[in-house]
Design a protein around this ligand. Structure first.
Ligand SMILES: *Cc1c(COP(=O)(O)O)cnc(C)c1O
Length: 427
């Protein structure tokens, strides 16, 4: 499938049925798999043979879909997780443990910020947050001898900053650690971070990949490019024998291409069990089949709504990297030449009270804690997803208290603009 263009991979990647086999990905709704002998099964437990034994670790439906996402991102291996949160946690915890440190962009999803700054801190993993547009000097200064990874979002939710992936990759690699990029908003249709130097790519598949608000899920993709063994002293989990797996050394046995995902499955999925159900993976795949068609319309509608808002006298500021005046327009032209996403954020003159009045008047755009859906929705992050953050943290994350985030769906742009126009009249 890697020889085909991305549109073809969206439709047909990951699964090629043989003669007489189902055309659509079969839902293997089975927790367990049968074997004729204990020896056969033992080889699977020892990671000596590949195959299925228990769906907490691996399931054929999930693997078909993971293979499609790996192909879409241009990676060598991938796995599905129960949510985007699980994907980001696993991707970081697979390389960092108690006593370690990570460097992260400060402009990230509120849930990920909480995961890194509070929950992982409780596990003994410290973090330094840097603004996405920091200088190379500032970025390099954030590293410590025990830094194990760098993290950022291609397009940050909800700040809509665009990550200079090459700058972050260069700094990460200069310090011998991988760059992990959450590529949820652009999806591989808009940007393939691996081509710009990212080592690991994560997704909340709950968003555009599913695209219909049907199933929560996540994915992790390995580029297969990071040379763990070249930095073996930093990554003992990958480069020294795993006693919980009969002394296997992942980076030796599975190489650059397979070590990260194999360890993440064999250890973290085994122990934490954040598995995606085969049923959810099936829904996710239905979404992926039209991802390339939908993303084009999401971007078109986002652009039209952003342009309308930017020209409206009651609107104070619009953030959308597709607007020529946007702070991230130049980075978007480099990393997102085919469009960014359907999410636009803006502030009304009159701040938080005006935002509340405006949102309550919208008819098509529903108030939802969700983005990247076929149906347009909107949200005031300060009172919802980012509720646990202080005003200072909100500002640092690029999410002022009066900000409205609107996720433009697949409806007619003219209807969306009409809806916004009538709601603005009430403000
Ligand atoms: C939603 C989101 C997440 C968390 O994903 P869930 O599937 O809700 O757990 C992580 N990163 C980004 C960029 C998101 O938008």
């Amino acid at each position: 499938m890697s020889d085909y263009r991305i549109e073809t991979v969206c439709v047909q990647g990951g699964y090629t049925p043989g003669s007489g086999e189902p055309r659509q990905i079969p839902i293997v709704q089975s927790t367990t798999f049968k074997y004729a002998t204990s020896e056969e099964m033992g080889r699977l437990f020892d990671l000596e043979a590949s195959g299925y034994f228990y769906s907490r670790l691996q399931n054929p439906t999930c693997d078909f879909v993971a293979a499609k996402i790996a192909a879409l991102e241009g990676g060598t291996a991938a796995m599905l997780t129960s949510s985007g949160q699980a994907a980001n946690f696993f991707s970081l915890f697979n390389v960092a443990s108690c006593g370690d440190h990570i460097v992260s962009s400060s402009a990230i999803y509120g849930g990920t910020f909480n995961l890194i700054s509070v929950t992982m801190a409780k596990m003994g993993i410290q973090a330094t947050f840097v603004p996405p547009d920091c200088t190379e000097e500032e970025l390099n200064a954030a590293f410590r001898p025990n830094t194990k990874a760098v993290f950022g979002e291609t397009i940050a939710n909800p700040a809509l900053t665009v990550l200079d992936i090459e700058k972050f990759a260069k700094a990460a690699h200069a310090h011998g650690v991988p760059l992990i990029v959450d590529n949820t908003f652009p999806t591989p249709v808009g940007c393939r971070p691996i081509e710009w130097g990212a080592d690991i790519v994560t997704h909340s598949t709950t968003k555009y990949m599913d695209g219909h608000g049907a199933a929560v899920g996540g994915a992790i993709v390995d580029s297969g490019k990071f040379d763990w063994m070249a930095h073996a002293e930093k990554f003992p989990g990958l480069c020294t024998p795993d006693e919980s797996y009969h002394g296997i050394t992942y980076a030796e046995k599975f190489g650059k291409e397979g070590a990260f995902i194999t360890k993440c499955t064999a250890q973290l999925m085994r122990d934490f069990g954040c598995t995606q159900s085969p049923q959810s993976a099936f829904y996710l795949n239905l979404g992926l089949e039209s991802l390339h068609v939908r993303m084009a319309r999401h971007c078109e509608n986002g652009q039209a709504v952003a342009e309308f808002l930017a020209a409206h006298p009651k609107v104070d500021a619009v953030t959308y990297c597709g607007l020529p005046g946007d702070k991230y327009h130049a980075l978007a032209e480099k990393y997102l030449p085919n469009g960014s996403c359907g999410v636009v954020s803006f502030e009304l003159k009159g701040g938080r009270p005006a935002a509340e009045r405006f949102m309550s008047r919208l008819k098509l755009a529903a108030i939802e804690t969700h983005v990247a859906d076929a149906r347009t929705c909107c949200l005031n992050p300060a009172t919802s997803t980012h509720r646990q953050m202080t005003d200072e943290q909100l500002r640092a994350a690029g999410v002022p208290a009066g900000l409205i985030r609107m996720s433009c769906g697949l409806e007619s742009a003219r209807d969306l603009i009409e809806d916004i126009r009538q709601a603005l009249e009430a403000v």
